[in-house]
Design a protein around this ligand. Structure first.
Ligand code: PGU
Length: 410
């Protein structure tokens, strides 16, 4: 028989979210009467909005006509959508030909790892969206979990804790590193300030490193002082790739659409443009995002679409506010629970001192039939934290909040 790929074998047994689903299913089986509510995975729940739906319909109708039918498209995306992203979201800070349309940020994060191969050192915020680390292990850039430790070998974990306002010590970034940075952050809900991102860019340049900046939640930023893109920071075009998504702004989690920006100034050590290799890579192993999805995405970026994005993200932010309020109940205060995030991000990050994340996960599931995400699943520094997702129908969120507010967590 063929040998198992050791890189895959090095991964911990299951990806975080299927593991949560497995535990939820086991509980539901044992307690069929329980009405479980999920504040776990960050999966959108509200219907697509009318103008975006009309954008999708338009393309479906076109595809049913002889004149309008199209097959494989440009692997890097429709010119109209690339142009619109460049103008509307980046105000020209990146040009249309530096925008590459994809089937989602997660898929691009996985594919980007091919560009750097197995010899690169990966630095991540700790806690972090698991795909950054798991993707690095899959390509062989990181090794198995260290003996007695909780992290993978070869990964530079940069703790983001309440003590450092969830912004890492940049001195930890080694030379020639691939730095994953997510703002607004999943899972902590923290948003980096302009000064913090300036320091990050300066450090990346100093260390001849490249940042992969994940801005999947930028549409949740309400504070106008906070940067929505790494390209608002001078110098970033020489050291940063940005990955983003239509999933969270307009509910395209199932439709699937995202993009990656690679500025022309970004080069490898030998002078080759990173964008040139990315083009080569995606034209080889990706056949382009769905033309229907791209038409919906295009509609979301005109005036009506932007207004719909605003009200949809407002809805989830109000859910986050309700969750925060519920977690201020006396029993949480008595247990010393502290809350972060939820104001410019759809996640509330709660610290339960003296408790393990999975222990709180079980307690919330057993006593209030609420599913959350254990912070430890995002990295060693996530231990003792719980992430609450604000993606849910309002009535369900209210019901979950009532249960949580009544919960005795001792
Ligand atoms: N980037 C970040 C930071 C995310 O949190 C997520 C989704 C994505 C990218 C995925 O974007 P797509 O464009 O939809 O591919 N995070 C969710 C869903 C879990 C998952 O495995 O993607 C979460 O609950 O963390």
């Amino acid at each position: 028989m063929l040998k198992r790929n050791p890189c895959i074998a090095h991964l911990s047994s299951g990806y975080l979210f299927p593991e949560i689903s497995r535990r939820r299913a086991a509980f539901a089986k044992a307690h069929p009467e329980a009405k479980i509510i999920s504040l776990g995975i960050g999966n959108t729940t509200e219907p697509l909005t009318p103008h975006v739906v009309s954008g999708l319909h338009e393309e479906v109708t076109r595809l049913g006509t002889a004149e309008g039918y199209s097959g494989y498209g440009d692997e890097t995306g429709s010119t109209a959508l690339r142009d619109k992203i460049s103008k509307v979201l980046y105000k020209g800070m990146v040009s249309a030909d530096e925008v590459y349309i994809s089937d989602g940020a997660k898929c691009d994060i996985g594919r980007l790892q091919y560009l750097f191969g197995r010899d690169v050192t990966v630095a991540v915020q700790d806690p972090a969206y698991p795909v950054y680390v798991d993707g690095s292990v899959m390509i062989g850039a990181a090794g198995p979990v260290t003996e007695g430790g909780s992290g993978y070998s070869g990964i530079v974990y940069m703790p983001c804790t309440a003590e450092n306002n969830f912004f890492p010590d940049l001195a930890a970034i080694p030379k020639n590193a691939l730095i994953y940075f997510c703002s607004p952050n999943n899972p902590t809900g923290a948003v980096a300030t302009r000064e913090q991102l300036e320091a990050l860019v300066a450090r990346a340049i100093e260390q001849e490193s490249i940042i992969i900046f994940d801005s999947a939640y930028s549409s949740y930023i309400r504070d106008p002082q906070l940067p929505r893109s790494i390209y608002e920071i001078p110098g970033s075009r020489t050291c940063a790739i940005e990955v983003s998504s239509f999933s969270k702004p307009i509910g395209f989690t199932g439709v699937r659409l995202g993009w990656t920006c690679i500025p022309s100034e970004l080069t490898f050590a030998d002078g080759t443009a990173v964008g040139k290799d990315w083009s080569r890579l995606v034209t080889t192993i990706f056949n382009g995002a769905s033309n229907i999805a791209q038409s919906g995405g295009l509609a979301s970026l005109d005036e009506k679409g932007l207004a719909e994005t605003r009200s949809l993200t407002d809805y989830y932010l109000e859910n986050a506010r309700l969750i925060r309020e519920a977690l201020c109940a006396p029993s949480f205060a008595k247990a010393g629970v502290t809350l972060y995030g939820g104001d410019n991000a759809p996640y509330v990050w709660a610290r339960f001192p003296g408790k393990k994340s999975w222990q709180i996960f079980d307690l919330l599931l057993e006593r209030s039939h609420v599913v959350c995400t254990p912070g430890a699943g995002f990295g060693p520094a996530g231990e003792s934290f719980i992430r609450f997702s604000s993606f849910g129908h309002r009535a369900q969120i209210q019901e979950a909040c009532e249960r949580l507010a009544k919960l005795d967590i001792d």
